[in-house]
Each structure stands twice: as structure tokens, then as C-alpha cells.
Write a protein that binds this ligand. Structure first.
Ligand SMILES: [Cu+2]
Length: 328
């Protein structure tokens, strides 16, 4: 309960219809359990006190074998409680399993978990992004979740979850939507290696207009660093794995619009807020990441690239200024 206290990462602070329904089930089952605990403990204490052995009392209490009335009562009450719990639970389980993967009105996203980052592919728009799942507010988002390596688990506590990301052909599906614009934290919820706890992501819900502008901006030709020397290094050392717009490879996180993202690698929060005393601006975090990605996320697949401090600085500056500015 204490761990769930963080407002932005809490099942108990639902921000969309799916999470609300799940929270409703939690409240129902917890209420029934609390009621049972109170009644059982109250009876137990009452019996212990009321019928305890008094000083000097040597008699043996009345030995009762079987009591129809009591047995019926304590069989029927649990059955009724289980029905109250079971009927809505089964209803929700089947309701939330509804398949939206063929629904053209839903935003389709193919989620691929990789040690230790998330790839979000939008087959309807032909774009890919990472770490930050952009969605339009109020619209149903249908996700097909899989893994490129080990088992991970896709979980956005305030919106929905969680669902396993399995390697191989087994694709799990889930849907959710957000009621309001905002940023919702997501987590990998299945131990998947040394940087499992750092495998965070975000869901960013924006209005339909901003979402459409984002889709268009993501498809624009990629921009390279203005300084030709930095551009050459970036193309040679980074675009062998990464992409910006139509340039480079789509193998690893797409860096288009890196300057708009709330984090670097999902875990370094881009902020000047003193609450995150360890973090820095987008530029600081990019520098820290490019200098030594393994120090930030041990065991991840980005190697430490051999660069001069000036080159790191130039690339960090370029990426931090690579904005799509779709929210105006
Ligand atoms: Cu994971």
C-alpha cells in the first residue's frame, strides 16, 4: 500500500475506465475480506472471553456434535459472499478481454519489450517510437504485447494492467484509454535482468489534434546535426542502430523528437525540479547517457561509444533541441 502511494504510479488512483473497473473489483474484494475478518475475530474474542474456564470450575462443557442450523449458516454465508465477489469478477475478466485489435476506431499499438526498453509501433501510421507511448485522450488504445528476449510485463498502474510480454509467437492483447491529457508512468513488472527496475516508460495522452500533428511530424524527413562534423559522427556512430525520421536504422530506439521526451532511456527524468535531485535537464541527461550508457542501465544493449567530449556535447545538444513541438 505504501509503495502504491506515489500518485502517478498507483492502481488506487485510476485515470481511465479500465483502471477504474479494476479498482472497483479491488474495493469490492477488500471490503468483503475486511467484513469477514471483523466478524470472525469478533466472534472468536467473544467466545474466548465469555466461555473461558472460571477459577474452581472443573466441569466439562456440553459436548456438541453437529448442529444443523449452524452448519447451514456457515455454508450459506460464504457461498453468498463468493457469489457477490465472483459474479462481477468473472464479468470484468471477460469484459476486459474484449478484442479491439481489428477495430479501426481504436489506436493500434504493437508493444515489444526488450532488455531494457519498450518499442511502440503504430501499424496504422507506419511509425515507431520508444519509451514514451503517445495516445489520443479518450480513445481506445489496443495493444499487442510481445517480447524480443525474455519475459517482461507491461503495466501502467493508473490506466490498466498488467500483461505478460512473452517471447515467441504468443502475443497478449489488452486495451485501455485515458480520460484526461497527462503523463502516466509505466513499469516492467516481471524481473527480467539487472536493469529490470530501470525499465520504466511513460504513456503520454494528448488531445487528438496534437496526436495527429505528432504522427505527421514523426514521418517527416530526419534532421541531422547542423555542424557537419557532428553530423558525420552521429551518422557513423549512432545511426547504425538508431533512426531519426527516415534516416538510419530502426533496430533500436527511434530518436526522432528526443528533445520532447520526458526522460532519457525511460529512467533519467528530464527536469530541473529539485524533487529529482539526481536528474538534470534533457541535455544533461543525454550527455550522461551517451558518455556511459552502461553506468545508467547496467546490461543494456547500447555500448559505450568512443567519442571526444566535444562530440558528446554536440550530439547531446542536437538531440535535446530535436523537438517536434506538436502541442502548441
Ligand atoms: Cu523487463
Amino acid at each position: 500500500m505504501a509503495g502504491c502511494g506515489r500518485e502517478d504510479l498507483s492502481t488506487m488512483n485510476p485515470q481511465g475506465p479500465v483502471a477504474e473497473e479494476q479498482f472497483g473489483l479491488m474495493k469490492l474484494s477488500i471490503s468483503i475480506m475486511v467484513l469477514v475478518v471483523i466478524v470472525v475475530f469478533a466472534l472468536a474474542f467473544y467466545v474466548m472471553v465469555r466461555y473461558r474456564r472460571r477459577p474452581g470450575d472443573k466441569t466439562i462443557p456440553v459436548q456438541v456434535e453437529g448442529n444443523h442450523k449452524l452448519e447451514i449458516i456457515w455454508t450459506v454465508i460464504p457461498i453468498v459472499l463468493l457469489l457477490i465477489l465472483g459474479v462481477p469478477t468473472v464479468k470484468s475478466v471477460f469484459g476486459l478481454a474484449k478484442d479491439y485489435t481489428k477495430d479501426p476506431n481504436a489506436v493500434q499499438v504493437i508493444v515489444t519489450a526488450k532488455q531494457y526498453w519498450w518499442e511502440f509501433e503504430y501499424p496504422q501510421y507506419g511509425i515507431k517510437t520508444s519509451q514514451e507511448l503517445m495516445i489520443p485522450t479518450g480513445k481506445t488504445v489496443s495493444v499487442q504485447v510481445k517480447s524480443a528476449d525474455v519475459i517482461h510485463s507491461f503495466w501502467i498502474p493508473a490506466l490498466a494492467g498488467k500483461i505478460d510480454a512473452n517471447p515467441g509467437a504468443n502475443v497478449n492483447t489488452m486495451y485501455f484509454s485515458a480520460d484526461q491529457d497527462g503523463v502516466y508512468l509505466g513499469k516492467c513488472a516481471e524481473l527480467c535482468g539487472p536493469s529490470h527496475a530501470l525499465m520504466d516508460f511513460k504513456v503520454k495522452s494528448v488531445n487528438q489534434g496534437a496526436f495527429d500533428r505528432w504522427v505527421t511530424a514523426m514521418k517527416e524527413p530526419g534532421k541531422l546535426p547542423a555542424d557537419p562534423e557532428i553530423a558525420a559522427v552521429f551518422e557513423k556512430q549512432c545511426l547504425t542502430c538508431h533512426a531519426v525520421g527516415d534516416k538510419g536504422m530502426q533496430l533500436f530506439p527511434n530518436l526522432t523528437g528526443m528533445g520532447d521526451k520526458g526522460t532519457v532511456a525511460g529512467i533519467l527524468v528530464n527536469t530541473d525540479d529539485p524533487k529529482y535531485s539526481n536528474e538534470g535537464s534533457t541535455y544533461d541527461n543525454l550527455k550522461r547517457w551517451i558518455e556511459d550508457p552502461q553506468a545508467v542501465k547496467p546490461g543494456n544493449s547500447m555500448p559505450k561509444v568512443d567519442l571526444t567530449p566535444e562530440q558528446i556535447d554536440g550530439i547531446a545538444k542536437y538531440l535535446s533541441e530535436y523537438k517536434l513541438d506538436v502541442e502548441q
